[in-house]
Design a protein around this ligand. Structure first.
Ligand SMILES: [Zn+2]
Length: 126
C-alpha cells in the first residue's frame, strides 16, 4: 500500500490511519468483542479514517491527500480490502473523509493544533 502512495502527503495518510488505530487502542478493544466482530472492525476502520485526517492536518500534511489516495486506491483495487465486509466501500470512506476534513476547518486551532474529537483525553496545548 505504501508503494502505491504518490507523495509524502499520501504516505502520511496511510501512516496516520495506522497510527490512529494505535492511538484509539483498537486492538485491545476488538480483543474483547464477542459478537458482531465484523461490525466492530468496520467501526474501528471508520474511526481510524476520521482521526487520520486530523493527525495529518495537525502535522502539516494536506488532509485532502487521504481522499486522493483512497479514491485512486479504491478505483484501482476494486475488489481489494476496501470492499471486504470489515471495511466500508471506498466511496463511503472518501465521503466520510470529506465530512471530517470539513469539520477540521470549523475548529479554531490552539497553538496550531486542532484537538481531534476522537481523542477526548488528548492533552491540548495551553
Ligand atoms: Zn485500518
Amino acid at each position: 500500500m505504501i508503494d502505491y502512495t504518490a507523495d509524502d502527503n499520501e504516505l502520511a495518510a496511510v501512516v496516520a490511519h495506522e497510527l490512529s488505530h494505535n492511538l484509539l487502542d483498537h486492538r485491545a478493544k476488538l480483543a474483547v468483542v464477542k459478537k458482531g466482530k465484523i461490525a466492530a472492525i468496520r467501526a474501528t476502520e471508520e474511526e481510524a479514517d476520521r482521526l487520520s485526517v486530523w493527525l495529518m492536518a495537525n502535522a502539516g500534511y494536506d488532509p485532502q491527500a487521504a481522499i486522493r489516495f483512497w479514491q485512486r486506491y479504491g478505483k484501482a483495487t476494486g475488489l481489494g480490502i476496501l470492499s471486504a465486509p470489515t471495511h466500508y466501500r471506498w466511496k463511503t470512506r472518501v465521503h466520510m473523509l470529506g465530512e471530517e476534513i470539513a469539520a477540521i476547518s470549523l475548529v479554531t486551532p490552539k497553538k496550531g493544533i486542532r484537538p481531534p474529537p476522537l481523542l477526548k483525553t488528548a492533552v491540548s496545548p495551553k
